[in-house]
Design a protein around this ligand. Structure first.
Ligand SMILES: Nc1ncnc2c1ncn2[C@@H]1O[C@H](COP(=O)(O)OP(=O)(O)OP(=O)(O)O)[C@@H](O)[C@H]1O
Ligand SMILES: [Mg+2]
Length: 717
């Protein structure tokens, strides 16, 4: 084709056609006819354009594309055929072909009727003769179908890509949601191996993200327990059950001990995924962390139990207290009577009797300590008073005796010069009990010969007093020291420790203006130190304090108590030295006190029916303020907030039931001594109202006071 000159004169002439000698003419005609047939039949457009861009030949396919008969194209220019839109687009290729370079390109051809476009693939093949381009053959194939297929494929790929991007973004969102989820989520395969998990699950299990894949629940790094603390076998946990049964499992509680030893409580739900054959392919487990909730419930129920114990303790304390008060008082009195009766050399039987009474008195004293301890536990508010440190320590030892007895030996070293601390005795006792119990529980074995708990007290000038509790137990590991004061931190097995002891103790110490410290020392064992402010010594002698100097004057004393046995017991003790008027009815007492009757001291019960000691005090204070100062309140076992508030709001002294005779006499002497100078006019006998009973009893006055209980000195008659 490239070697022959184009023949552009007739519609049936093909490029390359030449006149040959006659013999070959027939053969040539045949070839020509065949080629014309082929050219007419091929679906592609075949044409020849001259260097002048005019058509020399066009096959039948042109009619299908351009809707024009091929013969009408002959002599037309390319510009006329292609029109103002396509021609400029094709022009570079036309010029390229006319410059002798073959051109190959594809073209989208819009449908003039507005239908879908068609696509063509064109080849411009220049015909060069003697170095001159005579024209070019145009071969244009309709590639619409192929192109449409390609386009559909491209579109499908585009869609697939978009779907993938969308899926990725959904997956990312899902992952973000899952990692933001507070609940742990674990997916396990049919063999129970973890295939994926979210952050919360990793936290609950104590694993890093990389450690999760492939982890198996039977891994001994975790210890999983049931609610009661017993081991939770792998085969009975929710995922295993769901795998076995193909059913979902809901709301199972379990405790997971992480590799670092800390415990998390979770509520577990597990859903199996089942394939069409009914096989479980994987399980999806959610872990809802209920540790805080569980601890709060435990704390609430512990508080409930404490409150309940407090109510019971207060009730029992009160009920025991009143009878105990006159048991103690009467035993004291009987002992003194006995010693007076026997004279300087009593008969042996009298001595035996006195020994019996002393034993009974000791027993009563032990009951008194236990009751005080019980009541100490039941109090709610913090009321600061001068507290005898030794007595708080003793009380704590009594209360913790059960834990301590066969476990360890307790030694007390007092170096506090007898100073008193400003504290709430019951709260201080509670702290000491917590520390003693912790120390006792820290010893692995019960061995009182080796296990030693030392309580030392020290006066720390200028204004502090410290109590140190040390044990030679295993000590607290350095890495745990910072956590032992955290609420709920415990190293004790489930059900044994709540982890509240130290946190409550520290709160108590803070509320009293003191401190609770854990000593940082390398010595073996554990040492806690309590620091408290020293009480400034004024008033507050209490029934246990040393007797006041004797005054030599018989004072005049009122006793107001609705319990006759208590009132009588007090009268018997006090009337050895003073004149005593008892009132069992507060109204009668008010009538007497309101009048002009002089009294050195008024011993007044706080809890009385109809009119409490507080009410009586207020009324007396309104009419006789000077007498209000001489009120000493007798307090019992009941914890009544309004009474407590009343007592902490006044400076008056108070005496706790049950009390020793000695203490009561001491207070009476102090008050009588105080008013020694002011002459106390005694009213005529019988002038006191109501149920008042007048002392002295002739029998007592005749015998005089005898040797007092324990260390007391007999007062001068
Ligand atoms: N004397 C001690 N020796 C060794 N460890 C101690 C001692 N005292 C406290 N601990 C540690 O401190 C932890 C917290 O003590 P805390 O009294 O607060 O709670 P608990 O004794 O565990 O439980 P709870 O007192 O509520 O029954 C204990 O579990 C224990 O590990
Ligand atoms: Mg404890």
């Amino acid at each position: 084709m490239a070697s022959s000159a184009p023949v552009g004169s007739g519609r049936d002439e093909l490029p390359g056609q030449a006149t040959e000698p006659h013999d070959d003419v027939e053969a040539l005609r045949e070839t020509l006819a065949r080629m014309r047939t082929i050219a007419a039949k091929i679906p592609s457009m075949l044409a020849y354009w001259g260097a002048d861009q005019r058509c020399r030949y066009a096959n039948a396919a042109y009619e299908r594309w351009f809707g024009v008969k091929p013969e009408t194209l002959i002599g037309k220019t390319l510009q006329e055929l292609l029109g103002p839109i396509i021609y400029p687009q094709n022009r570079p290729y036309i010029l390229g072909a006319l410059a002798g370079k073959p051109q190959h390109f594809e073209r989208e051809i819009p449908d003039p009727a507005g239908g879908p476009p068609r696509y063509s693939q064109a080849d411009y093949i220049p015909e060069i003769a003697d170095g001159v381009v005579a024209g070019f053959v145009v071969l244009v194939s309709d590639i619409t179908e192929r192109r449409q297929l390609e386009l559909r494929l491209e579109h499908a790929q585009e869609e697939a890509r978009a779907t993938a991007v969308q899926a990725q973004s959904v997956a990312n969102r899902l992952e973000r949601i899952l990692s933001a989820m507070a609940d742990g989520l674990i997916v396990q395969d049919a063999a129970g191996r973890v295939t994926s998990s979210n952050e919360a699950a990793q936290k609950i299990l104590g694993l890093t993200k990389d450690e999760v894949p492939g982890a198996h629940p039977s891994d001994p790094r975790w210890r999983v327990v049931r609610e009661d603390g017993s081991l939770f076998p792998v085969g009975e946990r929710p995922p295993a059950v769901a795998r076995r049964t193909g059913l979902r499992v809901d709301g199972v509680s379990m405790g997971i001990y992480k590799p670092d030893g800390s415990l998390t409580w979770v509520s577990v739900n597990c859903v199996p995924r089942v394939d069409p054959e009914g096989r479980v392919t994987e399980t999806v487990t959610t872990l809802h962390d209920v540790t805080v909730l569980r601890n709060a419930i435990a704390r609430a129920s512990q508080q409930d139990r404490l409150a309940m114990a407090g109510v019971l303790a207060a009730g029992v304390g009160h009920e025991i207290n009143n009878p105990l008060t006159y048991v103690v008082g009467n035993l004291d009195f009987a002992l003194e009577e006995l010693s007076a009766f026997g004279g300087p050399s009593p008969p042996a039987r009298l001595n035996d009797l006195a020994a019996l009474l002393r034993e009974a008195r000791e027993g009563a004293d032990r009951i008194r300590k236990i009751v005080r301890g019980l009541r100490a536990l039941s109090r709610e508010e913090v009321a600061l008073h001068p507290v005898e440190i030794g007595s708080a320590i003793e009380m704590a030892r009594n209360i913790a005796a059960h834990e301590l007895r066969h476990k360890a030996t307790v030694a007390v070293r007092r170096g506090d010069d007898g100073s008193r601390a400003l504290a709430d005795e019951s709260r201080l006792t509670q702290v000491l009990v917590n520390l003693l119990v912790n120390a006792a529980q820290a010893f692995e074995r019960a061995d009182p010969a080796r296990n030693l708990i030392t309580i030392s007290t020290l006066r720390r000038p200028p204004d502090q007093v410290t109590i140190t509790i040390s044990d030679n137990g295993p000590g607290i590991p350095v890495n745990l020291r910072g956590r032992v004061f955290d609420p709920f931190f415990t190293t004790k097995p489930v059900g044994e420790g709540t982890g509240l002891g130290l946190s409550v103790s520290r709160t108590i110490m803070d509320s009293m203006g003191g401190e609770l410290l854990l000593e940082a020392s390398d010595d073996p064992g554990t040492t806690f130190e309590l620091v408290l402010p020293v009480a400034t010594e004024m008033g507050g002698g209490g029934a246990g304090s040393a007797p006041a100097p004797e005054t030599g004057r018989r004072g005049r004393i009122a006793v107001v108590d609705d319990e006759p046995a208590v009132a009588n017991m007090m009268r018997r003790i006090l009337e050895r030295e003073h004149e005593v008027v008892t009132f069992k009815d507060p109204q009668a007492a008010l009538d007497a006190l309101d009048g002009s009757q002089p009294f050195d001291v008024v011993f007044c019960d706080v809890m009385m029916p109809y009119m409490g000691g507080d009410e009586l005090f207020r009324r007396v204070r309104a009419s006789r303020p000077e007498l209000a100062d001489r009120f000493v309140f007798i307090t019992g076992g009941q914890t009544n907030p309004s009474v407590q508030a009343f007592l902490s709001g006044i400076p008056n002294e108070r005496v706790e039931k049950p009390f020793a005779a000695q203490g009561l006499l001491g207070i009476a002497r102090r008050f009588v001594g105080l008013h020694n100078e002011s002459s106390v006019q005694k009213p005529p006998l019988g002038s006191v109202g109501g149920d008042a009973e007048q002392s002295p009893s002739p029998r007592l006055r005749r015998q005089g006071p005898a040797a007092l209980w324990k260390t007391g000195k007999p007062p001068r008659p």
